[in-house]
Design a protein around this ligand. Structure first.
Ligand SMILES: *[C@@H]1O[C@H](CO)[C@@H](O)[C@H](O)[C@H]1NC(C)=O
Ligand SMILES: *[C@@H]1O[C@H](CO)[C@@H](O)[C@H](O)[C@H]1NC(C)=O
Ligand SMILES: *[C@@H]1O[C@H](CO)[C@@H](O)[C@H](O)[C@H]1NC(C)=O
Ligand SMILES: *[C@@H]1O[C@H](CO)[C@@H](O)[C@H](O)[C@H]1NC(C)=O
Ligand SMILES: *[C@@H]1O[C@H](CO)[C@@H](O)[C@H](O)[C@H]1NC(C)=O
Ligand SMILES: *[C@@H]1O[C@H](CO)[C@@H](O)[C@H](O)[C@H]1NC(C)=O
Ligand SMILES: *[C@@H]1O[C@H](CO)[C@@H](O)[C@H](O)[C@H]1NC(C)=O
Ligand SMILES: *[C@@H]1O[C@H](CO)[C@@H](O)[C@H](O)[C@H]1NC(C)=O
Ligand SMILES: *[C@@H]1O[C@H](CO)[C@@H](O)[C@H](O)[C@H]1NC(C)=O
Ligand SMILES: *[C@@H]1O[C@H](CO)[C@@H](O)[C@H](O)[C@H]1NC(C)=O
Ligand SMILES: *[C@@H]1O[C@H](CO)[C@@H](O)[C@H](O)[C@H]1NC(C)=O
Ligand SMILES: *[C@@H]1O[C@H](CO)[C@@H](O)[C@H](O)[C@H]1NC(C)=O
Length: 369
């Protein structure tokens, strides 16, 4: 069963007379209880033909406990309804009313990708206003294992006002696939290596919230020198808020939970124990610019990986530019300069990391979201 929006019905009706709407997006609708809609996102996806047409899945508020592999050929958009219903309201991730949750961890032969709530293998994928929640290890304050909320093995992927919640390895931006991935005003939480992979990822005005007791924000995996590559492996954080969450798993203002977990979180806020990144491979590339960096970041800023697997750090590119806040370079310059593979760059050097320089083509980015 496939449902069509009014827009598509209009298209069907006027198709002969009016070809301007020939690119109307077809839509499948999911809700927990509205008659005639799909009950699960998986059922909606299964109804969509595997062809070049652009499709959208329109999702009513609710908690959807599902493991989804998105691998159709044509473009796909997942759009969550939000609590921001006023006509002039500009929705943020705080208004999200749709959560896709899954509980799995990479043990006993399950791979990182397989643990994901959503595993995207379709180019030209977009998601709007959806929370992706890996619930394994909720309230967990120990070590591992990996448990991913979202894996992206695709190119030209955009997430807008979405939330990524997890503990270790929350957001896997892909490993071998040359992918461009853009994150606009998203919330990403985790404790260990919680943004990892070797994609070409750009985080625009995102909130990166730490929920752990000791860890690494990024584990970027660039491993070859590719100066002229069209798709550059690396992570750019621009205008982001690098903070420690009060809580676990995204209930940003759940006072009861904050009170309950206070003894676990607050002492560590003073320990300065999160690193901005550690290199997964020998060309690891991460840039933070124009961002607020709070005091949970360790004074040295960055961390090493096991010396025996990486060895030579001379090709690592870890840079900071124009950040502010107690965990940024300025107030920690003495500690920062003890590491020889990190640098404070100037405006000229930082220019190459602006969105329009980082990607040669912005046509796949929704500039209006
Ligand atoms: C796409 O994913 C579905 C669900 O996991 C799977 O059954 C199907 O074989 C996959 N198709 C391709 C082309 O990988
Ligand atoms: C959205 O609205 C519903 C219904 O009023 C409420 O239960 C839910 O907590 C709200 N969620 C957010 C994120 O505001
Ligand atoms: C993994 O396997 C071990 C040994 O069979 C078992 O004790 C454990 O519960 C399994 N873990 C998960 C998450 O299935
Ligand atoms: C997730 O699954 C584990 C078993 O692997 C279970 O112990 C845990 O309670 C589950 N967590 C949630 C939030 O459902
Ligand atoms: C990630 O690494 C693989 C090689 O392992 C490479 O082919 C791919 O282009 C890389 N991704 C990016 C975005 O550079
Ligand atoms: C960042 O996003 C918030 C909404 O989450 C918005 O209010 C703010 O204006 C944005 N900042 C910039 C610099 O775009
Ligand atoms: C990259 O391009 C520059 C000029 O644009 C050229 O001089 C250089 O050899 C190229 N490097 C590689 C590795 O192809
Ligand atoms: C943590 O709680 C304080 C005080 O309630 C609040 O001001 C701050 O915004 C909260 N931080 C986050 C990340 O939610
Ligand atoms: C994620 O799931 C955990 C465990 O069920 C829950 O405590 C948390 O509130 C959820 N967060 C979001 C944003 O849905
Ligand atoms: C980086 O690591 C890759 C394997 O991951 C290796 O092939 C390459 O030679 C290394 N490059 C340097 C400069 O050490
Ligand atoms: C960087 O520092 C490390 C450890 O202090 C040292 O082994 C290495 O030789 C230094 N590298 C350079 C290029 O100075
Ligand atoms: C910026 O840094 C580069 C590399 O260190 C240097 O060549 C350049 O002169 C600097 N530019 C300015 C304006 O300081």
């Amino acid at each position: 069963m496939v449902e069509f929006t009014g827009k598509t019905l209009l298209f069907a009706f006027f198709a002969v007379a009016c070809t301007i709407v020939a690119n109307a997006v077809k839509t499948a609708t999911v809700s927990k209880d509205v008659t005639g809609h799909f009950r699960t996102i998986a059922a909606a996806l299964a109804s969509i033909p595997d062809n070049d047409e652009a499709w959208e899945v329109d999702i009513y508020p609710g908690l959807y406990v599902e493991h989804l592999v998105i691998n159709r050929t044509g473009p796909l958009t997942l759009r969550g309804h939000t609590n921001c219903t006023e006509s002039k309201c500009q929705p943020t991730y705080k208004d999200n009313a749709v959560t896709i949750a899954w509980n799995d961890s990479a043990t006993n032969g399950t791979t990182n990708e397989q643990t994901s709530a959503v595993w995207i293998r379709t180019n030209n994928f977009k998601a709007y206003n959806i929370n992706f929640n890996q619930t394994w290890g909720d309230g967990w304050y120990g070590q591992g294992p990996q448990a991913v909320a979202v894996t992206v093995d695709a190119d030209k992927v955009g997430f807008y006002h979405s939330g990524f919640y997890g503990w270790q390895d929350t957001l896997y931006v892909g490993d071998k696939y040359p992918g461009r991935q853009y994150f606009k005003e998203c919330y990403i939480s985790g404790a260990v290596d919680f943004i990892f992979g070797n994609a070409s990822a750009f985080f625009d005005n995102c909130t990166i919230a730490y929920v752990g007791t000791r860890g690494f924000m990024t584990a970027q995996k660039k491993q070859y020198d590719t100066p002229n590559a069209t798709i550059k492996s690396g992570f750019v954080f621009d205008k982001c808020q690098v903070i420690a969450a009060n809580n676990t798993r995204g209930s940003q203002d759940n006072t009861a939970e904050i009170t309950q977990k206070k003894h676990l979180i607050e002492p560590h806020m003073h320990l300065r124990i999160l690193a901005l990144g550690r290199p997964w491979r020998n060309h690891s590339t991460v840039i933070y610019m124009n961002s607020f960096i709070d005091r949970h970041i360790q004074p040295q800023g960055w961390a090493t990986w096991y010396a025996n697997t990486l060895g030579d750090y001379s090709h690592i590119y870890y840079a900071e530019y124009n950040n502010y806040g107690p965990g940024s370079w300025g107030p920690n310059v003495v500690a920062r300069e003890t590491l020889n593979f990190t640098r404070l760059i100037n405006a000229t050097e930082a220019n190459q990391f602006q969105l329009h320089e980082w990607y040669d083509d912005l046509s796949w980015i929704d500039g209006k979201a």
